[in-house]
Design a protein around this ligand. Structure first.
Ligand SMILES: Cc1cc2nc3c(=O)[nH]c(=O)nc-3n(C[C@H](O)[C@H](O)[C@H](O)COP(=O)(O)OP(=O)(O)OC[C@H]3O[C@@H](n4cnc5c(N)ncnc54)[C@H](O)[C@@H]3O)c2cc1C
Length: 379
């Protein structure tokens, strides 16, 4: 089967590795020039990291990651609102392992051997005819495949080409990502400051504490260039000692820094003919539940499984089964991420106060019900 995977991200690389293990070589095209581009921190729940067992990569991944043992929510001034131990989840299902995106991508890359992976290549057009799909690349080359997998992330061009505009969900917030010194936070504790009109989270990895500092979009503060560092410092001042230490490690104004608009997307359809969507391309994730990468990996495992049980004649049936196994689960978990965004990102001080009082009585299961259930549901 000639398979094209558009996007060598978490989902695309996981799928390629699983297919290769089963003797199927896919062609991967990646828009970026290499894997060295700026990445961010990732917490991988056992939903996703379980997939690494099947690739014999789990032990290496665990050795390079940091286990998240505790989760804390603090308020606008850094006072503790709630502390949860991750023990009840990790004892039953496995740890939440924190890493960087490039680290996971490099690990998956190692298991691809001499795969046909083409950097600096994106898709110019797709044409389906009968049981074949012809792809034209940005390089001008044209090739025909039996199956095209759109694993090209939140703003997927495969989704756009095949299904047109799909509804985005905008929180109206966005945020900066940078790394702070590892010593600036307790190892193994994810600490989030749910403020009023601002949010700062710190997520330790072995390479440093990944920081996400978010606020409503649409003012001058999100602009890059001169004065950026000072503007961010002013916006997040007074959130307590931890945030002060993280702000000290802000990159200089001229350094490249990742700004992320907090929006997601949900495609009404995931497959048409011989094209199928995977990961954020099908249903994009806000970072609020730290679960988009896990979902992309789980979906890759299910797609590889369905493809392993079919031949070229019945590919479309295999894709339909993949969608049946994944869509409801992924969208329920996406709903949880949206619900968390509505809880975490508040502008009103009265609502923030009520939220903080209620959070003191929440269990982790109450905070994200579908995710809690997903650990124990078959796929
Ligand atoms: C700041 C931040 C923090 C996050 N934290 C977490 C977390 O803690 N835990 C978690 O599970 N998830 C987290 N996520 C979400 C997670 O990263 C995504 O859900 C996950 O990466 C989705 O995998 P994917 O393969 O669908 O997309 P991606 O990993 O985004 O990969 C898509 C790939 O496609 C490439 N591409 C795009 N367009 C084209 C094109 N036209 N042609 C060719 N290639 C193309 C891109 O360069 C990229 O390499 C976070 C995201 C962000 C931004």
């Amino acid at each position: 089967m000639r398979i094209l995977i558009v996007g060598a991200g978490i989902g695309g690389m996981t799928l390629a590795a699983l297919l290769r293990q089963r003797g199927q070589q896919a062609t991967l095209v990646e828009r970026a020039p290499d894997f060295e581009h700026a990445g961010y921190m990732l917490g991988l729940w056992p939903l996703g990291s379980r997939v690494l067992h099947g690739l014999s990569l789990y032990e290496r991944f665990a050795a390079d990651s940091m286990e998240c043992t505790d989760y804390e929510v603090r308020d606008n001034h850094g006072e503790l609102v709630k502390h949860w131990s991750m023990g009840p989840i990790s004892d039953r299902f496995g740890p939440n392992l924190s890493c960087t995106r490039p680290q996971l991508i490099h690990l998956l890359h190692q298991s691809l051997g001499d795969a046909d992976l083409r950097f600096s290549t994106s898709l110019a057009s797709l044409q389906q005819q009968g049981e074949e799909v012809t792809a034209t690349f940005s390089t001008g080359e044209q090739e025909t495949f039996d199956l095209v997998v759109g694993a090209d992330g939140l703003h997927s061009c495969v989704r756009q080409m095949v299904f047109g505009d799909q509804p985005y969900y905008h929180t109206g917030w966005g945020g900066w990502v940078w790394y702070a010194d590892l010593a600036s936070a307790p190892a193994g504790t994810f600490i989030e400051h749910w403020g009023t009109g601002r949010f700062v989270g710190g997520y330790p990895t072995r390479d440093g504490v990944g920081i996400f500092a978010g606020a409503p979009t649409g003012d001058e503060r999100e602009k890059p260039g001169p004065g950026r560092r000072q503007r961010i410092r002013e916006q997040f001042a007074g959130m307590g000692q931890l945030v002060d230490a993280w702000l000290d490690d802000l990159p200089d104004d001229n350094a490249s820094m990742f700004y992320w608009k907090l929006s997601d997307v949900r495609s009404a359809e995931w497959t048409r003919g011989r094209v199928v969507l995977l990961g954020d391309a099908a249903a994009g994730f806000l970072p609020t539940a730290g679960i988009g990468a896990s979902m992309a990996m789980e979906s890759a495992a299910v797609l590889a499984d369905e493809l392993a049980r079919t031949d070229i004649r019945f590919v479309e049936h295999a894709l339909a089964l993949y969608v049946k196994r994944r869509k409801h689960r992924v969208e329920s978990i996406q709903d949880d991420s949206r619900h968390l965004a509505r809880t975490m990102f508040l502008k009103s001080s009265t609502l923030s106060h009520i939220r903080n009082l209620a959070t003191k009585f929440y269990s982790l299961e109450q905070l994200a019900g579908s995710i809690a259930k997903a650990f124990d549901q078959p796929i």
